[in-house]
Write a protein that binds this ligand. Structure first.
Ligand SMILES: [Cu+2]
Length: 120
């Protein structure tokens, strides 16, 4: 029997299975947000990407939907929505954290772009 051959097959199996398990560890969710503008996008993407277990966070400003890729064993959708709320935005049915929301620039608040008395 060729031991080298078995060793090669075995290590190939280990590599393939660890890759498959690593893939199975991640999950993707989309969260509806109350984001308004490019500044919101930067704030949300930066803030969310720093959260534990988050691999990537991308906000689509056209439909205000945040797509998060996260590690299943490190975080969960509930924690991610809470995190977004703590940045100051609504996350699906989780309302924005009031304190964080108040700290947002006016243009990022709900209806922020509707103010007629906007000062420049
Ligand atoms: Cu904004």
């Amino acid at each position: 029997m060729n031991k080298k051959f078995f060793a090669a097959v075995f290590s190939a199996l280990v590599i393939v299975s660890s890759y498959v398990f690593a893939q199975a560890d991640t999950e993707t969710i989309t969260i509806k947000t109350s984001s308004k503008c490019e500044m919101c996008k930067k704030r949300i993407e930066k803030g969310m990407s720093l959260k534990k277990g988050v691999k990537s966070a991308i906000l689509n400003l056209d439909n205000h939907t945040l797509t998060v890729v996260y590690k299943k064993d490190k975080t969960n959708p509930e924690a991610l929505r809470k995190a977004l709320s703590n940045i100051g935005y609504d996350a699906d049915d989780v309302a924005a954290n009031e304190k964080a929301y108040k700290k947002l620039p006016d243009c990022c608040k709900k209806g922020g772009h509707d103010h007629s008395n906007h000062k420049h």
